[in-house]
Design a binder for this molecule. Structure first.
Ligand code: COA
Length: 205
């Protein structure tokens, strides 16, 4: 079953993102602080009312698609949650923060490419737990999200992936996404032992 995400799904959205955040496996390897991970990469979607969907199996959230309809609104949402995050960091709310700094420093150095926010104002992140893959949930999540963007009159959508995420690339291609830019990056080298290729994909709606 796929349904719209709600505020009460926050912990589940964070768990699914974390458990799949390293090329489909746990992000723990490069980002040991799970709370900081959630506050950096899920919390900004809360002021936007979590535009996206969750997939459930036997009543449990096993997959999600989350994004923003508009890049400007997303940036404003980041600015809105940033003070609370900084305060929490200052008061020791992220005990494993030091172990996350190598990744954060590399992310700042090796920026991930993006397509034009004018032509493709929306973006998305999709994740399905390993135990629930291959059941059609990813396709249903993506279809639901693309429908919601069309209904909202959004003109285009973009996403960032790596060539390693083969299943994801195939799914995106089957839904009309095309490679906008591909860039070799050393970002992941400490954890994968090699350069990876970041791929920006986009499609008009
Ligand atoms: C990408 C992902 C969301 C797909 O979810 P899923 O529920 O397994 O996908 P579905 O079962 O709906 O399959 C949809 C399509 O994905 C592709 N796909 C799924 N599993 C695949 C695999 N093992 N190998 C190649 N393609 C695959 C196929 O095109 C498939 O369509 P088809 O069944 O008509 O051939 C899931 O694999 C995942 O979360 N991966 C790890 C995280 C990730 O890579 N997220 C994207 C980051 S950019």
């Amino acid at each position: 079953m796929v349904r719209p995400a709600r505020r009460t799904d926050f912990a589940d959205l964070a768990r699914v993102a974390y458990d799949t955040g390293f090329f489909g496996e746990s992000a723990r390897l490069y980002f040991p602080d799970e709370t900081l991970f959630a506050d950096l990469w899920i919390r900004p979607y809360v002021p936007l009312a979590l535009p996206g969907f969750v997939a459930l199996l036997e009543g449990r959230v096993v997959g999600s698609i989350l994004g923003a309809h508009d890049e400007g609104a997303y940036e404003a949402a980041i600015r809105r949650v940033a003070p609370a995050l900084a305060l929490r960091a200052a008061f020791g709310g992220y005990p494993k923060l030091p172990a996350c700094l190598p990744y954060l420093a590399r992310l700042a150095r090796y920026a991930v490419p993006h397509a034009s926010p004018h032509a493709f104002p929306a973006h998305l992140h999709i994740n399905v737990l390993a135990s629930a893959r291959g059941l059609g949930l990813g396709a249903r999540l993506l279809d639901a999200y693309l429908d919601s963007l069309r209904q909202a009159g959004v003109r285009g959508v973009q996403l960032s992936a790596t060539r390693r995420n083969e299943a994801a690339l195939r799914l995106y291609e089957s839904r009309g996404f095309r490679v906008h830019e591909a860039r070799v990056t050393p970002l992941w080298r400490p954890w994968t032992g090699r350069d990876e290729t970041h791929v920006v994909m986009a499609r008009s709606l």
